[in-house]
Design a binder for this molecule. Sequence first.
Ligand SMILES: [Fe+2]
Ligand SMILES: [Fe+2]
Length: 267
Amino acid sequence: MTTASTVAPGIDRIAATIEIGGFGCLAVNAYVLHGADPVLVEAGTVVGRDDFMHALRTVIDPAELRWLWLSHTDPDHIGSIPQLLEEAPNLRVITTFFGMGILNLFAPIPADRINFVNPGDRIELADRTLTGLRPPAYDNPVSTGFVDDRTGVLFSSDCFGALLPEIPERADELDHATLRAGQVRWATIDSPWLHTVDPDLYAGVLDRIRCIEPTMVLSSHLPPAPGDMLEVLLGSLAAVPLADPFEAPDQSTLEAMLAHAAAGAPA
Ligand SMILES: [Fe+2]
Ligand SMILES: [Fe+2]
């Protein structure tokens, strides 16, 4: 089920949950920034596109959308792009050169409906300025988050996501141990390259995020987090380089799952 709710004045969240068998639940979030130039951040999953569009329509007429901030091109972020382009004639997709190239492999978008914003670039909209940044954890080189100067909110793409027993409405409803374990687990799965980084150098990368002092952190894969949780969120990431690497299920596990399903299946 995909739901819509208000997370801050002028910002709605379109939320779905994915259950990752044996590992917990993952929030899959998109956001609508209302204003003179309405912005949609992310476009939902490919398999959930109908539910996504239904939930989106409860908070805005898609035809009014002016921008789609596409943080990266993974299948949990791009689902409704074709429908959005059709329904919103003035919509332009914010991505990078490499993002456009990847999109061209499966859902080509006319170049005049794309706007490049690289980490460090700014885009001036009618009533807000969005400044792109590279999140400190990511699974796709296209990944570009941003800070919205109108609200002070940091949109972090996959970064700060967490695998959780269940998904609360807000991240501050989680106890710190559950949040930290869930964040570390997600980061070791989604950004396994963090095990190869120097923890001291990585602390400098996290410092640059700390300096933003966001009012909220809105991740694609974490319930909305108030800005005063940033230190906790950064602390979890700082632990990832030396955390136990994720051990993925192997073929024998898959065969056991298939056997279990076959034993339980009706004749
Ligand atoms: Fe991703
Ligand atoms: Fe994602």
